[in-house]
Design a protein around this ligand. Sequence first.
Ligand SMILES: Nc1nc2c(ncn2[C@@H]2O[C@H](COP(=O)(O)OP(=O)(O)OP(=O)(O)O)[C@@H](O)[C@H]2O)c(=O)[nH]1
Length: 469
Amino acid sequence: MLKITPAVRLSLGLLLLTVSILLIAQVLGLTPDLRKSQLEARQNLAETLAFQTLLAYSRKDEVLVKQLLENAVERNDNILSAAVRSTGGELAVYTPRHGELWPAATDEHSTERYARIPLFMAGQQLGHLELAFEPLNRQDTSYFGLPRQLLLAVFILIVGFISYRLLIGRTLRYLDPSSVVPERVRNALNVLAEGVLILDKREQVVLANKVIAEYLQMSEKSLLGRKASSLGWQTHENSELPWLRTLNAGDRVTGARLLLGNDKKHPLVFRVNSVPITDAKGKAQGIIASFSDVSELEEKTRKLEHLASHDPLTGCLNRRALRQALNQAFIDAQNHRGELCCIMLDIDHFKRINDTHGHSVGDEVIKTVAQTVKHIVREGDSVARFGGEEFCIILPGSNLEQASQIAERCRTEIQARDCDGVQVTSSFGISSVRSGIHTPNELIQRADEALYQSKENGRNRVTLWQAQQ
Ligand SMILES: Nc1nc2c(ncn2[C@@H]2O[C@H](COP(=O)(O)OP(=O)(O)OP(=O)(O)O)[C@@H](O)[C@H]2O)c(=O)[nH]1
C-alpha cells in the first residue's frame, strides 16, 4: 500500500495545484481550442477544393472534377464523401456513397459535418460543392477509443505524480536533518548507555539516539523536528532548561536535574549535560545534550538518607536529625522573633510494661505512642524519639498555650489508646524560647526539667517550664 509520507502528501498537493491551474486556464480560454482549429481547417480545405473544382466544372471537365473529388477523399481521412451538385439539385459528379452520406434535409448552410460551398463563375452560380466529414470528435478518439482529453488528464495525473514524488523525495533528502548525520555516527550514539539529543539553533531535534527515544516513548524519527522543550520535561521550580541556557548564554551546563513523565509520583529523573556545537567562528550552531537516568540512584539515596535520619522502630526523627531541625527552628525563631516550643514526652512506668508483658509488647506501645503524637502535631512540627520511651516534639510558631493544648491532647489520646490490651499514660514537660532561653540545648533541658516535675507530681500530666523552677 502507498504510504502517506510527507513527500506523497506534497506530491498530491502539487498535482492538484497543477490540474486546477490547467482547468482555470481552460475556463479563461487560454488553452488552444482544438474544435475551433479543426473547423477552420475543414473550411480552408473545402474552399481550396471548391476553387479547384470550379475551374474544372466550368470547363465541363467532369473527369477532372471527379478526380479532384476522389483525391480529396483519399488524402483526407476526415472527408467521407464529396460531390458537385448542379443548380437543379442533381448530383453531377460524386464519390461513392455520397448519396447515402449526404443528409436529405441539409439546407443551404454548412454544418460542422457537412460543407456546402456555392460554385460561382462570372457572377453565375454553376452549382454546389458538397463535402461530408467525419464527426468532429472522431479525431480525438485516437487512443484506445478514449477521448483524448481524458487520456491527457490521466497522463498528467500519473506522470505528474511520479515526477513530483521523485523530485520531492530527492529534495527532502537534502532537507532531512537526520540524513546529514552519517550512519556510523548514529550507530555510535546508539551504543551509548545515555540518551543523546542533537538540537539545532531553534532547539529542534536533529538527531535522537535509541536510548532517549525509549525514555520519551517515541520513535527516533518522530522526534525529528520537534522542539526539545515540548517533550514533557519538568524542571525544579521552573528553572531554565539546560539546552536553552546553553543556547541563550553559550554556557556548558553539567548535571542539571530534569524530571520526565506525567506520573508525578514516579517521574524519571535525569542528570543532563548540554554543550554548544560551534562553527569555525565559535558561534553556537546547535547543542548536544546527554541524559543520564538517575531515578534509581536518587531513590536509593533517598532511602539511605531516611535511614540515617529516622528511628527504625517508630519512623520518628532520630536524635541527629532532631538536632538539625531544632537548630534551624531556633535560628528562624530568633531571626523573626517568632515562637518556638519544645515538648518532652515520657511513657509512665514503662519498665513495668516491659516486665509484665514482655519487650515486644513494650515496642508496640512505643510505636502506638509515636503514631498518636505524629497524628496530632501539624505538618511543620518535628517528632523525634529522644531515648528509649522518651520523645521530643519541636513546635515552630507555637506559643506556650498552643503547645500545652497539643500536649494535653496527646496525653488524653495516649491514655485512651489500647495497645495489645495494655493501657498507658504519659507525662509531658514544655519549654518556650520566650522564657529567657538562649540555646537549643537549653530549650530541651528546660522541657526535660518540666517533664521531671510532671513525674514528681504523680505522672500523666503536662507541666510548663517557668523561670522560677
Ligand atoms: N520494649 C522496649 N523497652 C525499652 C526500649 N528502650 C528502653 N526501654 C526500656 O524502658 C524502660 C525505661 O524505664 P525507666 O527509665 O526506668 O522509667 P519508667 O519505667 O518509664 O518509669 P518513669 O519514667 O519513671 O515513669 C527501661 O526498662 C528500658 O529497658 C525499647 O526500645 N523497647
